[in-house]
Each structure stands twice: as structure tokens, then as C-alpha cells.
Design a protein around this ligand. Structure first.
Ligand SMILES: Nc1nc2c(ncn2[C@@H]2O[C@H](COP(=O)(O)OP(=O)(O)O)[C@@H](O)[C@H]2O)c(=O)[nH]1
Ligand SMILES: [Mg+2]
Length: 428
């Protein structure tokens, strides 16, 4: 089999992944705090890709650095050399003003600021309070107590709560395991709470970007991807899906490539071509699209119980949706596995990915119509078709690819009930 053919399909998949990422509206986050408090450590641990080390850092003003990385739909603004003398503070605030103005011209917003204070310092200077108040007039601010240890940090937090600062939350955390002695290490904590609070404050249109960039709540990434995949199946194979002629099964291939690319973008993971190739290999696609199309019919379909052969030379909508659901959901399981390993700093070989994908996809195909995810999608389709279709149609899914992150599977809202920052004092 021509090896470059394999590569070309893998290349197409990774190219589509990039295109999907580029469609996501970026989230902009400002990280403020004195040198050494732990801003870089926070950034490297909360977001994937160790951004503070590997991202492209670019000075935009004397004290502000912009950190970006291709494939991560986020822009970080990191303060450097922040001292709290009056002069530096004036400089910093005017630099932030200037940056915000520049962003406004490009219809961008600073969505949230993390103001970082080292918890063990146990004090906050007047200058810092002024800086926080200044920021809070421009954007929602979360006060992050870094390197928090024990009662001392707890007391400091209590003290800060009593200060009634204009912040949306105060979060104590340890961004990275902290070794005290050879025998004793304080494990990292608090990052998940920071992720939740942040999402509660972010405007809806950048939830996808933030969820993509964070590496703390993998479950949330997986949920968002599953939600999208389920809707995708419903809208693609729902009302009026016509059976595909046997010979045209190749139409499924570009569709599935597109679907996998979209899932990757929602989930947020960087995938190299070797891994993409492993995944395609696992689903039978180590050849051209035509080859994969034939495989879908001759190999995949025979796995699915109760279908066996392809009746009348056609693949039914049901069969196509079993295949699609199996592919989407097993793919998300594989991404979950990779992301979990990567968050722990472990690498996953393309071989392992290929093996896992093959196993999970095969399991789902064998379950066929008994796969719970397939049944859930079918239930959604029935609900859409039913006589009470009006009642269930409160959400327009006609475009099918909403990136909505708020409606949980099962329909409950998960939005955190956190006070929404009001644009008070905003005169412009
Ligand atoms: N173990 C551990 N060390 C931390 C943490 N936060 C900061 N540090 C340490 O504090 C020092 C300064 O942190 P850094 O992130 O570079 O601070 P920045 O100047 O605000 O970016 C580094 O040596 C870090 O290892 C943390 O959460 N855990
Ligand atoms: Mg730093």
C-alpha cells in the first residue's frame, strides 16, 4: 500500500483540525502579579502545552508580554517586572490602557484577569489594592493566591475576603506539586476551581476557546465534544436521511474526517500527523478515501450485529449513524486518554493510540444498535420527528454545529451561578 497515500489522508485530517481551530473565537486573559509569585507556573499548569515556556512570547509594551501558540485559541498577557512603586504602577496601568484600546479597535476584549499574590507573603500592599481596583473597572478579576500552604493561606484568604475587594473570586491554589522535604510534598490543588470560576465569568462565545486551552478538567472537554457529536449525528442522520448506495460509501469519509477535525478542536488537543495516522489506521483508513469507503462497507458493516450484509446494495441511515456514533465516541475516548496522560507530563506513542482506537471503535461497532450513545442519538431523532416536535424544538439545531457549552447532556444547565461582573463604572 502506498505509504504517501496514508500520509495524505492524515495530512488532510491535521489540516482540517487547524482550520477548525482557527474558526474558534479566541479567549484573552491577563495575568498580573509581582515577579516570582508564580504566574508562569500557573500558566504552564492550567493550560496545555506549557505555554509560558513553549509559547511565542512577544513584548507588546515594557511590562506586558503576549503569549500565543498556534493551535491554542487563546492569547495570554503576562506582566513582567511588575514592582509596586508609584512610577512602575503608573506605567503598567497606562500600558494596560493602551493595550485595551488597541484590542478594542480589533473588536477584542480582555475577558478576565488573574491577579496573583503569593499566599505566603500574607499581606497585600495598598499599591496592589489600587491596581486590583483599576483592573476591576475594566474586566472581571479573579484574585489568585499562589503557593498556598495550610492555615496561613486560609487566614490570608479570610483577611482578603474582609477587604471587600472588587474581585469576582478569591482562589487559593498550588499550581504544581510543592516539595517540602524528601518525605513530604504538597500536591497541587485549586486549579479546577479556578477553571470553573473562570468559565462562569467568561462570555459564552469564548467558552469553547477556554475549554480547548485548559488541561485541568478533561471531563469537561470530553462532555463538550460528546455533546457536539451527538447533535451532529442527529442533524446528519435525523429526519429524511437517505440510504447511501453501497458504491458511494466513500461520501462518509470526508464527512468523518470533518467530524473528527471538529471534535479535536472542541476538545482541544494537539495532534501530530503520526498520531492522526495511527487513528486513521485503526479505523481502516490507511489508504485513500476510496479504499476507506470500501472498507466501511465490507469490513465495518459486518461487525455490526443485525446488519450482516448490506441489503439491496445500500447502507441504511441507521448503519451510517451507528458507524458515525461509534467513530465519534471512541475517538473522544482516545482523546481523553491522550489528554489525561499529557496533563501528567507523559507521552503517548502513536502505536498506543492506534491500538486503543481500534479496540474502542471495534467494541462500539460490535454493540451496534445496543450502543447507549447510538440509542441516545436515536432518541433525539425520534423526539425531533415526533408529533410534539414543536415542544422539543426549543433549540435550533438546524445548523447542527453549535459550540454551545452550557446545555448538558440530559438538558440541564451547568452554568455556574457566579455573580456576573457588571460593567459598573464603565463610562466609555
Ligand atoms: N512547587 C511549586 N513551585 C512554585 C509554584 N508557583 C511558583 N513556584 C516557584 O516559584 C518560582 C517563581 O515562579 P514563576 O512561575 O516563575 O513566577 P513568575 O515570575 O510570577 O512567573 C519558581 O521557582 C517556581 O518553581 C507552585 O505552585 N508550586
Ligand atoms: Mg514568569
Amino acid at each position: 500500500m502506498a505509504r504517501n497515500m496514508n500520509w495524505s489522508l492524515a495530512e488532510e485530517l491535521t489540516k482540517k483540525m487547524q482550520e477548525e481551530i482557527e474558526k474558534i473565537e479566541k479567549v484573552h486573559i491577563l495575568v498580573v502579579g509581582k515577579t516570582g509569585v508564580g504566574k508562569s507556573t500557573l500558566i504552564n499548569n492550567i493550560f496545555r502545552e506549557r505555554l509560558a515556556e513553549t509559547g511565542i512570547g512577544q513584548p507588546i509594551t515594557k511590562h506586558l508580554h503576549k503569549i500565543e501558540k498556534e493551535g491554542v485559541p487563546m492569547v495570554l498577557y503576562d506582566t513582567r517586572g511588575l514592582e509596586l512603586d508609584a512610577e512602575t504602577q503608573n506605567q503598567v496601568t497606562s500600558e494596560i490602557d493602551q493595550t485595551l484600546e488597541g484590542m478594542a479597535k480589533m473588536q477584542q476584549h480582555m475577558h478576565v484577569a488573574y491577579y496573583c499574590i503569593n499566599a505566603s507573603s500574607s499581606r497585600i500592599e495598598d499599591m496592589e489594592i489600587r491596581l486590583i481596583e483599576y483592573l476591576a473597572n475594566k474586566m472581571p478579576v479573579i484574585l489568585v493566591l499562589t503557593q498556598s500552604i495550610g492555615d496561613q493561606a486560609l487566614k490570608f484568604e479570610q483577611y482578603l475576603v474582609n477587604q471587600n475587594l472588587s474581585v469576582q473570586a478569591i482562589i487559593r491554589l498550588m499550581a504544581q506539586d510543592y516539595k517540602i522535604t524528601d518525605e513530604f510534598t504538597i500536591p497541587a490543588f485549586g486549579l479546577k476551581e479556578l477553571v470553573e470560576r473562570t468559565i462562569g465569568l467568561l462570555p459564552h462565545q469564548v467558552h469553547t476557546a477556554f475549554n480547548n486551552a485548559q488541561q485541568i478538567d478533561i471531563e469537561r472537554k470530553s462532555r463538550a465534544a460528546r455533546r457536539w457529536a451527538r447533535r451532529y449525528t442527529v442533524t446528519t442522520f435525523g429526519v429524511g436521511f437517505t440510504p447511501i448506495p453501497f458504491s458511494d460509501a466513500t461520501v462518509l469519509v470526508p464527512m468523518q474526517i470533518g467530524m473528527m477535525a471538529h471534535i479535536t478542536a472542541i476538545f482541544g488537543i494537539s495532534m501530530d500527523r503520526a498520531t492522526a495516522l495511527g487513528i486513521l489506521g485503526a479505523i481502516g483508513g490507511t489508504g485513500s478515501a476510496t479504499y476507506l469507503g470500501r472498507l466501511i462497507v465490507s469490513n465495518v458493516v459486518k461487525f455490526i450485529p443485525g446488519i450482516g450484509s448490506v441489503a439491496g446494495g445500500m447502507i441504511s441511515g441507521t448503519t451510517a449513524s451507528i458507524i458515525t456514533t461509534a467513530l465519534a465516541m471512541s475517538y473522544i475516548e482516545v482523546l481523553t486518554f491522550i489528554a489525561t496522560a499529557e496533563a501528567k507530563g507523559e507521552e503517548v506513542s502513536p502505536r498506543t493510540v492506534r491500538k486503543l482506537m481500534k479496540e474502542l471503535y471495534g467494541q462500539r461497532l460490535k454493540r451496534g444498535q445496543n450502543d447507549p450513545d447510538f440509542q441516545a442519538a436515536m432518541a433525539d431523532i425520534e423526539a425531533k420527528k415526533g408529533p410534539d416536535a414543536k415542544g422539543t424544538k426549543e433549540k435550533d439545531t438546524s445548523h447542527g454545529v453549535s459550540l454551545d457549552d452550557e446545555v448538558e447532556e440530559g438538558g440541564q444547565k451547568t452554568r455556574i451561578n457566579w455573580p456576573i461582573w457588571s460593567f459598573r463604572n464603565r463610562k466609555r
